[in-house]
Structures are given as C-alpha cells and as structure tokens.
Write a protein that binds this ligand. Sequence first.
Ligand code: ADP
Ligand code: MG
Length: 241
Amino acid sequence: MEELLRRSEKLTTVGQLAAGVAHEIRNPLTTLRGFLQLQRETNQVSPQHNEIMLSELDRINLIVSEFLILAKPQATQFQVKSIRSILSDVVNLLDSQAHLYDIEFKFEFEPEDYKVHCEENQMKQVFINIIKNAIEAMEDGGIIRIELFRLSREEIGITITDQGIGIPSHILPKLGEPFFTSKENGTGLGLMISQGIIEGHKGMMEIFSKPGKGTRVDIVLPIAWETQTDINHEGEEPIAN
Ligand code: ADP
Ligand code: MG
C-alpha cells in the first residue's frame, strides 16, 4: 500500500460544497424541464422519457438524502456504543449484496469489546459508505477484511481492506472533493460525508491504495470514557430507573 491520502488536508469549504450541490441538482432539473416542455409541445407522453425523468428525480433525491445525514444536528444523539456491534450490524445489512458478487467478509476482532462515544446512525453510515465502495470495487469477488484493534491507551483502529481495482495515484487527491466519482451511478459524496462524520467524532480517516491490488481505509477513533454515559452531557450521575 503505497499511496496515501491524508483526508484532513483536503477539507472542503461550505461555499465549494454549496456550489457543487447546486450544480449537481441543476443538471437533472434541466433534463426534467426539457422533457416536460417537450411533452407539453407534442402533447405526448413517451414512456422512455418518463423513465429518464424518474431516474433523474431519483438522483436528486439521492443527493439530497446523502446531505440530510450531515444536516440534522437536532437528531444527533451521542451514546456509548460497542463498535463491534455497529460493524456487525452493517455487515449483516450488506451481506446479501456482497454475496451476489462472490464477496466474503473476514473479521479480525480482538476479544475485548471497545466502546466509542458516537451517533450510531452516523457511524453506521460511515461503514456502509466504505464497505459499499469496497464491494463496488470488487466485481470479480474476493475478500473484504475488517479489523478492529486497540491502537493506544485512548484510541482504537479500524481497517477495511478490499481486493478491488484500487485507486490510481492521480485520482487519490480528488477523493476529498464532493461529487468526484468514477462510477456511472455514483454521487461522489460517500467519502466526503464519512470524513465529516469521523472528524465530528474526533477521529481520523486515511486511504491507502494500490491499483490492481486493492484499497485500505484506516479509521482511528477515541475510546469512550467511562464517564461518557448515555445522554448524560452534564457530567451528572445517570438516573437509575
Ligand atoms: P461514489 O461511491 O458515489 O463514487 P465515494 O465518495 O464513495 O463516491 O467514492 C468516490 C470515488 O473514490 C469512487 O467513485 C471511486 O473512484 C473511489 N473509491 C472509493 N473507495 C474505493 C475503493 N474501495 N476501491 C476503489 N476505488 C474507490
Ligand atoms: Mg461510495
């Protein structure tokens, strides 16, 4: 694994992001408007055009819902959770999709159950994004290895390694940019959003890749303190019930 991308060096500004969203949503909107206008002029509804219009609407919906994950501060609730059970939930969710592509998951977990102070849905979203990318990179199947280990007194490490197509070195620096995608149906938002979530959890994310060999995503997260009890932000004793 030679190529290294330090995600924290590539933070995008809100302005760049807003411009990107506007651009990405305007394209399908333009298509939709064109077809609607055509239908009005010809007074005919073509099933093919309808198909395209629906898929353009789906695309707008996908982009908006990916952003909603980040834009919902009132819904975030940090709790102390087992990172192993979060990973297992995500793998169960993606298992049937992986199976379709002859992909097997391999876990390497230490016996200890490490806990992190996190917003569970956001944390799941990160692993869904990364593991989906791994699946999408392995058209011929293979193994996705998921490791969870203690890195230091205060941190755990999680690595997700695939045997996929890898990322060419000239593309690596673009991964921080919203809407950069090499896929026909990609949004190019998954990594950027994952990076945002990990930073919101005081963690770090790095990507190593070797074209033709595979890609490894490293995540570092702080281990939860014992005092970080559920929904107990004031540092009071939790109320017994
Ligand atoms: P999307 O998956 O919608 O394209 P992402 O932000 O998840 O958006 O990923 C951006 C790009 O990074 C992908 O289009 C792909 O080119 C590259 N990429 C990410 N993860 C991997 C991986 N595991 N293997 C190969 N390429 C990857
Ligand atoms: Mg993706």
